[in-house]
Design a protein around this ligand. Structure first.
Ligand code: SF4
Length: 310
């Protein structure tokens, strides 16, 4: 008898599945693996569990929280297949309630009396100087910036001289503020924009300021609020952290926090509110372990996200 070719010994191709038709399943107990499982179960002492298996409850307890939300889990204490029931769909994330105006007023009053003489810690004599000092203050202390700016502004007193500055010399002057290459580039391009678009004068609107190279909403609001007296909410790391702890917003993005605070705060307090929170964040409500026991805001603070305090 002639030997069959390998191709002729292949299994016949399964029937093509029709859309909507479920795949045919092997009858329970007919497959080799299910027969092996049945033998093992029969050999196991009654009540003993197979290695590596967990009961439905243990599986539910050890599963990651995110995997469990809204999931359907098996009930019962044995590892056997049991009826499915809907798991209570976890507690829905509580809706954020905007703070009551009376609480906001109380917080503002306490901050105002606690930090009566707060102002920006950066030294400046003109809007341009404040703009440049704010650019330099990124990832740097205000004290360090205040050491550098007198030398910088003595050498380059206006936007025209800064725009035409030698990059290497500028970098050497601002080197101690860190990230000096990026900062030098930002200063050169920002002052070039000011010369080209505004005749050497720092613009007075948020839109025009944020259109300058290297100027974001935070820097623009610092300049508007402190150099021009135009209210603006400055959201830095302290303001963002405290706004959340105080339950003023649930937002995490600085721009969203800014808009949320603008909605609940009186406009005339926007600039000072930022100064107050920055001081409070440095002195009392520090990042790691806020000093809630000595905090004057404690009675009005829900301490959102505070795990440990001093
Ligand atoms: S009570 Fe605590 S968490 Fe709230 S503002 Fe004061 S220090 Fe920060």
């Amino acid at each position: 008898m002639p030997r069959k070719s390998p191709r002729s010994r292949r299994k016949p191709a399964p029937e093509p599945r029709l859309p909507g038709k479920s795949r045919p399943r092997a009858a329970p107990g007919r497959t080799r693996s299910s027969q092996r499982g049945a033998k093992a179960r029969a050999a196991r002492p009654r009540g003993a569990k197979a290695r590596g298996t967990k009961t439905g409850a243990a599986r539910a307890a050890s599963a990651p929280r995110h995997a469990m939300q809204g999931a359907r889990v098996r009930s019962g204490t044995s590892g056997r297949r049991t009826t499915l029931r809907s798991r209570p769909a976890g507690r829905a994330r509580a809706r954020f309630r905007p703070p009551e105006p009376a609480r906001v007023r109380a917080i503002l009053e306490i901050l105002k009396t606690t930090y009566p003489d707060s102002r920006t810690a950066l030294d400046f004599a003109s809007p341009l100087q404040l703009l440049i000092a704010t650019i330099l203050s990124a990832q740097c202390t205000d004290a360090r910036v205040n050491q550098v700016t007198p030398v910088l502004f003595a050498r380059y007193p206006d936007a025209a001289s800064l725009a035409a500055a030698d990059r290497g010399e500028l970098e050497r002057i601002i080197q101690s503020t860190g990230f000096f290459r990026n900062k030098a580039k930002a200063i050169l391009r920002c002052t070039a924009d000011i010369m080209a678009l505004h005749g050497g004068e720092v613009p007075r609107t948020l839109e025009a300021l944020t259109a300058l190279h290297g100027v974001g909403r935070k820097t623009a609001n610092v300049v508007l609020g402190n150099a021009f007296g135009i209210p603006g909410v400055v959201v830095d790391t302290h303001v963002g952290r405290l706004a959340q702890r105080l339950g003023l917003t649930r937002e995490r993005d600085p721009v969203r926090i800014e808009f949320a605070l603008m909605e609940i705060l009186p406009r005339e307090t926007w600039t000072m509110f930022s100064h107050w929170l920055i001081l409070h964040g440095r002195r009392v409500c520090v990042a790691r372990k806020p000093r809630c026991s000595i905090c004057p805001l404690a009675v009005h603070c829900p301490r959102i996200g505070v795990a440990a305090s001093a």
